[in-house]
Write a protein that binds this ligand. Structure first.
Ligand SMILES: *Cc1c(COP(=O)(O)O)cnc(C)c1O
Length: 399
């Protein structure tokens, strides 16, 4: 895509498909060298105008200082806005910087938030413990798989509903469209953490959400070698996050990480196809194995959220699932120690398959469905051959 195309962004984005936009948007010809890839700009400062005395040091408009924004961040933001079907984007240092940016920008002392009872641990910690304790921001945990439970949790001062679907770590599915209606009736914003689905499978903004949060560390980068986060939404909302949270909390993405994630994001749709396909096969295998106590994956017809997931996840159900064994605590660890292809590590959405054991002492167990109580695994199915992943699990289960 030439610079001419880049200028015509809105036109081309409407006309071009997801794969084409994954490849081209945000890239362009480097003016200085003619290179057909934009370079990494590892500078923390940019040249000042003749009279810099009128500059607003907290402004994120224009390149001044990299904490206020830089060129690699900008290119990545262009790509992510396009892929998430949003007007604007702010890319930050991690998924948690994106979450805290949303909470900092849109909640103040005396406000109330409704948060899904199944969400990333930092969202839970921030909304359920830290913000109430430190800043008098109240929150209610609600079972977001039931829109009526979200509705019942609304108070006159509710300013934000935050959900995650599919959720980490229980794979709970929440109906984005139904909850967006509830939020807007109440005059609140809906933010949706889309990390497990990625924009290839699901676009919350198209389903009525106001803000879409991504941990770029996971599928969008996809290679397990960089950290980043992003919030996508209307320009007015993103400007507020940029001006208040990015510049003053300081969670700006580094140029190098932005560049790595830009490179990883090119193959997002192709990787997601494989993740979707392999994960469904692995989940079916687990479901049918006598040693497996339960397997939770929204692509399985008997998953409680399958119908809603099918409606809002266009291309597949992602690569992450949870399962537990009909065995005691230590047998779960022995199972992991026998895996040869799948790696025991946190994170997800990498090229390699990753597994993590969440034991019975997990502090949020009280919020998990019954079957999760005996301890369980979160498995992120990677890009290895499907048969190799299944065979690895099969041989480790043979005990
Ligand atoms: C990992 C993750 C985050 C946090 O992202 P970081 O990049 O690790 O800060 C947020 N939400 C979900 C659903 C995640 O899986």
């Amino acid at each position: 895509m030439t610079m001419e195309h880049a200028k015509n962004k809105t036109r081309t984005e409407k006309e071009l498909g997801f794969l084409t936009r994954s490849v081209h948007v945000g890239n362009g010809i480097d003016k200085e060298t003619g290179a057909i890839r934009r370079p990494i700009t590892m500078a923390n400062s940019y040249a000042l105008p003749y009279d810099p005395s009128d500059l607003n040091w907290s402004s994120a408009a224009g390149n001044v200082y990299t904490r206020n924004g830089g060129s690699n961040q900008q290119y990545l933001q262009e790509k992510l806005s396009s892929l998430e079907a949003g007007e604007d984007c702010v890319a930050l240092a991690s998924g948690v910087a994106a979450l805290s940016g949303v909470f900092f920008a849109f909640l103040k002392s005396g406000d109330h938030a409704v948060v899904s009872d199944s969400s990333y641990i930092a969202a839970y910690r921030l909304l359920h413990e830290l913000l109430p304790g430190k800043y008098n921001i109240q929150s209610t945990l609600a079972d977001s798989s039931k829109p009526e439970a979200v509705k019942a949790a609304i108070r006159p001062n509710t300013k934000l509903i935050h959900i995650e679907t599919p959720s980490n770590p229980t794979l709970k599915i929440s109906d984005i469209r139904a909850i967006a209606e509830i939020a807007h009736e109440a005059g609140a914003l809906l933010s949706v953490d889309n990390t497990f689905a990625s924009p290839y499978n699901q676009r919350p903004l198209s389903l009525g959400a106001d803000l879409c949060v991504e941990s770029l560390t996971k599928y969008i980068n996809g290679h397990g070698d960089a950290m980043g986060g992003a919030v996508i939404g209307a320009k007015e909302l993103i400007d507020k996050i940029r001006a208040e949270a990015m510049v003053n909390l300081g969670g700006t993405i580094s140029p190098f990480n932005a560049w790595l994630i830009m490179r990883g994001a090119v193959s997002l749709p192709i990787r997601m196809r494989q993740h979707n396909q392999s994960a469904l096969a692995v989940a079916k295998f687990l479901k049918g194995h006598p040693a497996v106590r339960f397997a939770a994956y929204p692509g399985l017809e008997r998953h409680s959220g399958h119908a809603v997931a099918k409606k809002q996840m266009e291309n597949g159900f992602g690569g992450v699932m949870a399962f537990g064994l009909r065995a005691d605590h230590d047998a779960h660890n022995r199972f992991v120690s026998r895996l040869k292809v799948i790696t025991s590590a946190v994170s997800l959405g990498h090229d390699e398959s990753l597994i993590v054991f969440l034991g019975e002492k997990d502090e949020r167990q009280y919020l998990y469905p019954e079957e999760f109580h005996g301890g369980f695994f979160r498995l992120s199915v990677g890009l290895e051959d499907t048969e190799d992943i299944i065979e690895d699990i099969r041989q480790a289960l043979e005990e």
